[in-house]
Write a protein that binds this ligand. Structure first.
Ligand SMILES: *Cc1c(COP(=O)(O)O)cnc(C)c1O
Length: 233
């Protein structure tokens, strides 16, 4: 697991450099380690290197890993759900996660609130906004944001704390800046009405620099830490 430790220092150095380039304090940008498809041993290696925020995209895989790690005493990990959410998976997500970043419709918000166990406290959510304008889009449209923010704020077990976006893969620099800039604008636009909106989750392995330049407060990094993912479907 030596390379995970090295990869993490390289990622932190990249974040520091990106912050320096745009005169932002490094402490404003926090690292979410995206461990989807990766084994718990790799999560432990990152944990031992000091990381506490981990992101997962597949509910059932994540529940297995979270349960296994809790049984071994890893109780202070903050688990973020960042994948597409099917209605039949909300009960697992509501029970096992601390933050859900990929909320894009009302029904999912209502189910997460209804299914959040009392002892788990409030579930933090980010609304995912479609900033890539692809056919295979994820995230709500900008016009749907006011309604989703209002609903999220009214639900007892939900606290809405920010916005999340994924830029188009392989987009040129100019398009990345436009997409991330749009999400930054949307956060600032709704912060007056919803002051608890603080998190701007944007930037992945290949686009963390422009995301940080556009005000990202959380970069979601998988490949640069844990290596390429293999899928067996
Ligand atoms: C997988 C994933 C990431 C991490 O992507 P990398 O390119 O491996 O850094 C970030 N955000 C979301 C929403 C993801 O699904």
């Amino acid at each position: 697991m030596q390379n995970i430790v090295e990869n993490l220092s390289a990622v932190h150095a990249q974040i520091a450099q990106a912050c320096a380039n745009c005169q932002r304090p490094e402490a404003e940008v926090h690292l979410l380690c995206v461990s989807k498809t990766k084994p718990v041993e790799m999560i432990k290696a990152a944990y031992d290197a000091g990381e506490r925020h981990f992101g997962e995209s597949y509910a059932l895989e994540a529940v297995d890993k979270i349960t296994a790690l809790k049984a071994e005493g890893y109780n202070d990990i903050v688990w973020h759900f960042i994948g597409p959410i099917q209605s039949n998976k909300t009960k697992y997500i509501a029970a096992h996660f601390d933050i859900v970043e990929s909320v894009e419709r009302a029904k999912i918000l209502e189910r997460l609130s209804a299914q959040r166990p009392d002892e788990a406290g409030v579930l933090q959510v980010l609304i995912q906004v479609n900033i890539s304008h692809e056919e295979q889009k994820q995230g709500c449209e900008e016009e749907e944001l006011p309604e989703l923010l209002a609903l999220a704020s009214s639900l007892p077990k939900i606290e809405v704390v920010g916005l999340m976006g994924v830029a188009r893969i392989d987009a040129p620099e100019e398009e990345l800046r436009a997409s991330f800039g749009r999400l930054q604008y949307l956060l600032s636009r709704y912060q007056g009405q919803y002051p608890q909106l603080k998190t701007l989750s944007m930037g992945m392995t290949h686009d963390m620099q422009p995301a940080i330049a556009s005000g990202s407060t959380e970069v979601r990094i998988g490949t640069a830490i844990f290596g390429e993912r293999e899928y067996h479907h």
